[in-house]
Design a protein around this ligand. Structure first.
Ligand code: ACO
Length: 322
């Protein structure tokens, strides 16, 4: 079976910026605290009534198709990794497909900040089946829709954005290996309680239960441990030494988590791709937005290692030949 190679990348972020200085006016925080604890300087926010994650995803996918000179009709499968779908149901992927004039099989995948790498592994297996030739994976999240902008513990961390890749069969390049895990015992430490077990009620709303919640300290520890151990497994299984890796593409949740992961992998700073200062944590979109920002640096055949950790918990690492 052939590998799934990334043949095009695109990203899209809204124009409106929410800077650390803007946040100083909303909550009791400071640019110094946010920068030193997280590495984030600003995030993008999607404004406008009735604009949801599909707006972000559609813009990214349209830019992708234009770049790849590909029509929506040519796509065999579209997977949208998101934790902030437009609606309870239907899937945001269906809305994206309508916009690009595609009737392809399409669905969302929910794996929080690991959604994009989960979706890449799924797309790769569809391509290996031989029945799917052109697959789009888009990671998109409108995190501002689940933020409580009076909670300084969380609102400083997240932003809105989308990134998309086109995957096609290849003999030489593409996704070589994946290590992916989940552990539902993390469910109380990081979540958004909107769903069938948590129906909206006036009390739910009054207590701000419908917003994003996280126990930052506990999540931080799990993230550092699990991202590094998944990356170590990928390196060991594929006999990759630090010097064989061209770049680490980490999920962008916190600069300190990224630094700790790189350190465990014995990678120099110049081989770690970071853009958290510009966008904050865009959940499903961080990894494709990094690819979009850094693709000019990558050479054909470069060994890239991806690593992510998110709500669930979910986590993992991928090895991809660019
Ligand atoms: N400004 C100023 N002070 C603040 C702020 C703020 N924005 N936020 C918290 N503080 C205070 C706290 O109240 C606390 O004060 P106290 O000691 O008086 O109680 C103090 O700063 C220290 O807080 P900590 O929580 O210990 O700060 P920490 O260094 O752990 O950083 C952070 C917090 C940035 C949230 C970090 O824990 C983190 O990044 N956690 C992991 C996030 C992550 O990876 N999430 C997973 C992906 S998300 C997903 O899947 C959708």
């Amino acid at each position: 079976p052939k590998n799934a190679a990334i043949t095009a990348v695109a990203g899209w972020v809204p124009e409106d910026k929410l800077t650390n200085q803007d946040l100083e006016k909303l909550v009791d925080t400071s640019d110094e605290w946010i920068t030193s604890r997280t590495g984030i300087k600003e995030r993008r926010i999607l404004k406008g009534d009735n604009k949801g994650t599909s707006t972000l995803a559609i813009n990214a996918v349209q830019a992708l198709l234009e770049k790849a000179n590909t029509k929506g009709e040519e796509i065999d499968l579209l997977i949208c990794a998101t934790s902030t779908p437009d609606m309870g149901f239907i899937s945001t992927a269906n809305i994206v497909c309508e916009a690009i004039n595609s009737n392809a099989m399409s669905f969302d995948i929910s794996a929080a900040c690991s959604g994009f790498i989960y979706a890449l592994e799924m797309a790769s297996n569809f391509i290996k089946s031989g029945n799917y030739k052109k697959v789009v994976v888009v990671g998109a999240d409108k995190m501002s829709s689940v933020m409580d902008y009076s909670d300084r513990n969380t609102c400083i961390l997240f932003g809105d954005g989308a990134g998309a890749v086109l995957l096609e069969p290849s003999e030489e390049y593409g996704l070589m290996d994946a290590v992916l895990h989940s552990d539902g015992s993390g469910k109380d430490l990081l979540n958004v309680k909107r769903g069938s077990a948590y129906p909206l009620s006036l009390q739910h709303l009054a207590e701000n239960e419908h917003f994003f919640h996280q126990d930052g300290k506990s999540v931080f520890k799990h993230a550092v441990t699990n991202m590094a151990s998944a990356a170590a497994s990928i390196m060991e299984r594929n006999q990759l030494e630090a010097e064989d890796i061209a770049y680490l593409i980490p999920h962008q949740a916190n600069l300190r988590i990224i630094d700790a992961t790189a350190k465990r992998m014995k990678l120099d700073k110049d081989r770690v791709c970071i853009n958290i200062e510009k966008y904050g944590n865009t959940t499903g979109a961080t990894i494709p937005l990094v690819l979009w920002d850094f693709e000019k640096k990558f050479k054909k055949g470069d060994n890239l290692v991806f690593a992510a950790f998110g709500g669930g918990f979910t986590w993992g690492s991928l090895y991809l030949k660019w």
